[in-house]
Each structure stands twice: as C-alpha cells, then as structure tokens.
Design a protein around this ligand. Structure first.
Ligand code: ADP
Ligand code: MG
Length: 635
C-alpha cells in the first residue's frame, strides 16, 4: 500500500477512540463542559446504560448560534488561545475534541441558547456529518444528546459490557464530578427512573454522605494543610472503614478528579499499621494550586496529571494526615447505639461475621461479670480509681467459654456467691460490700492481665473500660519502636553468620539488593555480591534472633522493588523497618502462653509514648465502661 494521508473522518474516529471509550466517557465530557459553562444545575439522563441515549442538560452560559458548528468541530475550543495557555489551564476542558469525538461516533443533537439571545438553536451531527443550524425554543443553557453510541464503529460497540455494567461506569463518572462540584445541583436518571437528586451544597461532606452513606460521612477525619500556594484539604476515613481496593480514594485537583499514584502512596503511608495488608484507606481530598504548577495535558482524558513538584505534594499530604492522626484517637470505640454491630468495628476490615458474632458473645458474657464487679466497686465508693479486681471471681465465670478462670485463679480470692455480689442496689455504701472490696483490693494482682481469644486478640481492662488488642499489631509496633530506637542511636547490631549464606535472587532482586546495600546494612542486614544474581548474606539484625535471614532478605527486596522510588531515603528505611517488624512479630493464630501475654502487655507501656504515632500503632478496640453499662441497661 502506498503512503497516503488519512481522511479527516478517519482521523476523527481515531481521535475519538482516545477520548470516548464508553458511555461513561460521554457523560464525563458533557458534564465537564456544563461545569466549564458555569452551570449551577446539571441534569443527566441515560437509557440502557447509555448505549441508547445520553442527555446532559445545563443552565450554563450557552453557545451563540453562530458558534454552534464550531462547537462540534474538532480542535475548536473557547478555552485556550495559545500554547502558553496550556500551562495554566483553569477549565476542565481545553482540547476542543469532546463534542467532535462524540459526534463522530454517535448521533449528536446540540441545543443551546445564550442569555442575550431571543431564541435557541439546534444542530444535529450524525457520525461526523454536520447538519444545518435551525432555530428552536429552549431555555438558556445547553442540552446535548448522544444516541446510539458507536453505531458506526461496530468493533468498539462490541467491546462494551452489559447495560448494567456500563451504567455502573456512568454512575462512577457522575459521582466523581458531583463530588468535585458540590455547589452544582445534579440529577441522574437511568431509563427514566431517578437515581440521584443532589441539591447544591457548600462542602464535600454532604455529597459524600449522599453517595456513600451517613455512617461513612459521620466518621471522617478532617485534615488540611496550606503550604505557600498549595492547599490540601479534605477527609480521611477512620481506619475501621477501609476497602479491599483503592477506588475509594478521591483526589480533586482544582476541581478535576484525578488519579495519582504518589498521592495514593502517601495515603497508604499515613495509614500504615492502622490497616492490615491488602486494605486501602478511604479518602476525599481537594488540592488547590495555581494552574501553572501542574501540567494537565499529559493524558487524553486528563485523568492523570503531572505535578511540577510531586515530592512536595507527597510530603504535604503525608504530613497533614500524620499530624491530624497524632491528635485524633483512632482507637475504635464500640458504639451500641443503633444497628452498629461489633463485627463491623473490626479495624482490620475484612472479617468473618460468624467469628465476629462469636467474639461478641464471648465478650458480652465476660463483660457481664465485669460490669457487675464495677457496680459493686461504685457502691463500695471510695477507691474508684483502683478498679475491678480482675477476672474470674463471680460465679458467672464458671459459665464463660473462655479460659479466664484458669489464667487468673491462682491470684484470685475464692469466688463469692453470685447473689452476694450483684444484688446490692442501694446507693448507700454497704459495709459488707466494702468488706469484700477491701479484701479483694489487697489481693489485686498488679501485673497486666489479658485474655487471648481466637489466638489473635488480647482482651484487657483499662481505666476506661475494656480494650481488645490485635496481638500481631501490638507486637509489630513494639519491634518497630525498638528498631527505630536502635537505628537512631546507631546501636543496630549485626549478627555475623559463621558461614555466609549464598542466596539466588531474581535479576530484579539482585539489582535491588546491590543498589540498596548500604541501606540494608544500616538495618543490620549485611550482604556481599557473589557473582551473577547471587548474593551472600553475611549478617542479619542481631535483635531478631528467631528470624530466617534469607526469608527476611527476600521480603526486604520485595519491599524495595514494589515500593518504587521513595522520595526520601528515610522513608525507605522506615518502610523496611516496618517490613522487618511485620515479619518478626507474632502472628494472628499464634497461641500465647500467659507469660508471653504478660510480657507483651508490659511492653505495651514502652510504646505508649508513641501511642499516637500514626505509623503503626496497635489497633485496638475500646469498649468503654459507659457503653457496657448502657448495653446492660445499667444506666
Ligand atoms: P473543550 O471543552 O475542550 O473546549 P469540547 O469539544 O468539549 O471542547 O467543546 C467545544 C466548545 O464548545 C467549548 O470550548 C465551549 O466553548 C463549547 N461548549 C461545549 N459544551 C458547552 C456547554 N455545555 N455550554 C456552553 N458551551 C459549551
Ligand atoms: Mg469539553
């Protein structure tokens, strides 16, 4: 075939393929045009997932009759004039391709009227063929309809999914834009049935509530940071609300929904230790900055942008979240109000409901005895600060399915008859109750006590109530703190191997290993090149006596490879310390001896100072005493 210039229609179809991938792309482009036109109300309507019809009506500025043909011409725009404008784009659109592309691959009807025009005008384009502009009656604003998308590009049409799936994409596009522009009144209809009716509102929060529910919206944490011209503000969800995917991470740059790996990574960093592996935080953040600080012309649908200083943005978001988390108590408080179930409070997210129910029942059984003893304490008056005398002394305990009695019995006084302990209801102090109390007080054990359940959680008493700790998370936190301490004080010791161990690595691993040799050495992990993709492990962190150095090396390398380029060496080191801590910590499922439990809880206080560090503190649930009282109808 000889070389020839493609026909304009073919060029347009190729271009259209980049911008218009499915009905949702049409919806996105049309809503963006409406927002750019200053609309305060936008009505979106689609039939059959958008395959049959898409209509977007706005009350924006409208298009002058004589400009209608230009609006549907390719590379025609009112939004930029010269090349320099490309670097300070203040509108959502600027490429002048959307209407032309939609018109190329569907039947498009455009109706519009400006405020100063006596009547409106209408224009139809079928598969790129532009008809005549005819007058028509219509309100100020613009209505665009697109019928039979991809009717003339059957291959594209074949790639579309079911109507339900396509509508799902439409709804997602709608959601992103409606979140980005809360001041606009939006509606969405599918097959003539209303799906969303969203009144204009001041802030993001109301929109979040409408799309994702009150529960989520009510538990969001507000964070904000202003650094020079760059303002970041928005909401992050409590760690008890996480997802198995990152699609609930919304970033809006100057009103545009964007995806950005670096910002997502910053989010992940901020939540590290608060979520288990494979869970993603939920967040809604708006970023405002002068348009010349970002290049939005790097992606046909502008979903991705290029920041002038993405490292600074990364740090700013991370710092904003960290400092917020520092002052926020992220322990999950279990609320008994409404339908909130214990299971849904699992901070790690995914959870087996049957297991949660079992856990709930055991806790309730146990707490019944606990509350009874608190009540007795109160009646006894006086030493309220010195609280309940521990597990196991009520007759209730015998029926509990847990091993509490066994654990604590050696230190416990003989069980009193249940009636004697709980049937004291008079508000005045009762001599015999006081007697019991004092007797118990003298015998009160001082070492920390906890009960291990499901080989996974530790349940313990606190001043406030009852705390359920994730044993792995706590241990991981302790090890991390120890590592950090040693690293900062330069006391990280290496245990040298008597016989260095050769390890065969993948080419990527070998490259990462040699590239980061110094970094690894700082952590006590010493390696030497051994030729090819083999390295010698000559030493490992001395404080990790029970760890397999080869396995650890593999994990560290995996982290180094998947972590990509960290903006900062310190951050990478930090990541690696987390990897080590995670690897070395006891796991969920490990049965602990009472001594181990005590040791773990004792060390808990070592990390109490770091308790609020967002990095990786133990995930714990607190059942406050008030909540328990309420649940047992004691108040
Ligand atoms: P772009 O948005 O990149 O400029 P489009 O093809 O989406 O390109 O639109 C072309 C032009 O048509 C826009 O620049 C704008 O002037 C006009 N236009 C499109 N939609 C609307 C609308 N809903 N209201 C007012 N003007 C519109
Ligand atoms: Mg546009």
């Amino acid at each position: 075939m000889s070389i020839h210039i493609l026909s304009q229609s073919l060029i347009n179809k190729i271009a259209a393929g980049e911008v218009i991938e499915r009905p949702a792309s049409v919806v996105k482009e049309l809503i963006e045009n409406a927002i750019d036109a200053g609309a305060t109300r936008i009505d979106v309507s689609v039939d059959q997932g958008g395959l049959e019809m898409i209509r977007v009506v706005d009350n924006g500025s409208g298009i002058a009759t004589e400009e209608m043909p230009l609006a549907v011409a390719s590379h025609a725009t009112s939004k930029i004039i010269e090349a320099d404008d490309l670097f300070c784009v203040g509108t959502l659109g600027f490429r002048g391709e959307a209407l032309a592309s939609i018109a190329e691959v569907s039947r498009l009807v455009l109706r519009s009227r400006t405020a100063d025009a006596a009547s409106g005008a209408e224009l139809e384009v079928v598969g790129g063929r532009v008809g005549d502009v005819t007058p028509c009656g219509c309100p100020v604003g613009t209505a665009v309809e697109s019928y039979n998308l991809f009717f003339n590009t059957p291959v594209r049409r074949k790639f579309l999914r079911s109507k339900q799936t396509e509508f799902g994409h439409v709804a997602e596009a709608f959601t992103r834009l409606a979140l980005a522009a809360p001041h606009v009144h939006f509606t969405l209809r599918h097959n003539n049935k209303p799906v969303f009716e969203l009144e204009a509102t001041d802030g993001l929060l109301e929109r979040i509530a409408r799309f994702f529910g009150r529960d989520l919206a009510d538990n969001l944490i507000w964070a904000q940071s202003i650094d020079g011209d760059v303002k970041i503000s928005g909401y992050a969800a409590h760690p008890s609300q996480s997802r198995s995917h990152n699609r609930m991470q919304f970033f809006f740059l100057n009103g545009r929904y964007i995806r950005d790996r670096s910002l997502q990574h910053a989010l992940g960093e901020a939540y590290r230790g608060l979520l288990t592996v494979g869970r993603y935080p939920i967040a809604f953040f708006t970023l405002q900055m002068p348009p010349d600080m970002v290049d939005v012309n790097v992606h046909p649908t502008k979903l991705e942008v290029r920041f002038q200083d993405s490292g600074r943005l990364y740090s700013q978001l991370l710092a904003a979240l960290r400092s917020k988390f520092l002052t926020t108590d992220l322990n999950t408080r279990v609320q008994t109000a409404g339908a909130v179930s214990f299971g849904s409070e699992d901070p790690s997210g995914g959870h087996d409901p049957a297991q949660a129910e079992q856990l709930r029942r055991e806790l309730v059984d146990w707490a019944k005895g606990k509350v009874a003893s608190w009540e007795r304490d109160d009646i006894a008056g006086a030493e309220t600060a010195e609280k309940a005398p521990g597990f196991g002394e009520s007759a209730e305990s015998q029926r509990r399915p847990l091993g509490i009695y066994r654990l604590d019995s050696p230190r416990m006084p003989a069980a009193k008859p249940f009636s004697e302990q709980t049937e004291i209801t008079a508000p005045s102090a009762d001599q015999s109750a006081r007697g019991i109390h004092t007797a118990e007080k003298t015998l009160k054990p001082h070492s920390p006590q906890a009960l291990q359940i499901h080989n996974r959680y530790l349940v313990t008493e606190t001043d406030e109530g009852v705390m359920v700790i994730d044993q792995h998370a706590l241990h991981e936190r302790i090890i991390y703190e120890q590592l950090r301490l040693r690293l900062t004080s330069g006391a990280m010791e290496t245990q040298t191997l008597l016989v260095p161990e050769p390890v065969d690595l993948s080419p990527a691993e070998a490259a990462a290993a040699l590239e980061n040799r110094d970094l690894l050495a700082e952590l006590g992990m010493k390696i030497e090149p051994f030729g090819g993709d083999t390295v010698l492990v000559v030493g490992y962190p001395a404080m990790l006596a029970n760890i397999n150095p080869v396995e650890l090396l593999h994990e560290l390398l995996e982290r180094l490879i998947s972590g990509g380029k960290q903006p900062d060496q310190r951050d990478m080191l930090d990541e690696l310390m987390h990897t080590i801590a995670c690897k070395a910590a006891i796991k969920a499922g490990d049965r602990l001896t009472p001594e181990e439990i005590s040791a773990l809880l004792e060390q808990r206080h070592l990390v109490d100072d770091a308790h609020h560090c967002p990095h990786g503190r133990p995930t714990a649930l607190i059942f406050t005493r008030e909540e328990l009282d309420r649940q047992f109808k004691r108040t």
